[in-house]
Design a protein. Structure first.
Length: 98
C-alpha cells in the first residue's frame, strides 16, 4: 500500500473555505480505483494545521489521483489559502495489507 501524509498549513481566515474544498476532494477521492483511505485531519491544538492521510493500493494509483479533475480543482482552489507550501511525505503501508 502506498501512503502519503500531506501536511498543510492554512491561512487562519481561510480555514472554513479550505475545509469545504477539501471535503469535495475527499468525497471524490474515496471513489477512485485503488483508493483505500482518504482521511482529512485537523490539529486540535492548531486549527490551521491539517494532515491528509491518503492511502492507495499502489504508487500508480496514487499518481493517477494527481491527474483527476477533482484533485486538480482542489490543488488550484486551495493553493492561495496555504500559509506555506504543502508537504507530502510518502510511506509504505504495511498493515493492513492490500
Amino acid at each position: 500500500m502506498h501512503v502519503t501524509l500531506v501536511h498543510v498549513m492554512v491561512i487562519p481566515e481561510q480555514v472554513a473555505a479550505f475545509i469545504e474544498a477539501t471535503r469535495r476532494n475527499h468525497e471524490n477521492s474515496v471513489q477512485e480505483k485503488g483508493n483505500r483511505r482518504f482521511d482529512v485531519l485537523q490539529d486540535p491544538a492548531d486549527p490551521t494545521h491539517f494532515i491528509l492521510y491518503e492511502a492507495y493500493a499502489s504508487a500508480a494509483d496514487a499518481a493517477a489521483h494527481k491527474e483527476t479533475a477533482h484533485y486538480l480543482q482542489w490543488r488550484d482552489t486551495v493553493a492561495p489559502m496555504m500559509a506555506k507550501p504543502r508537504q507530502g511525505i510518502p510511506f509504505n503501508g504495511l498493515f493492513p495489507q492490500g
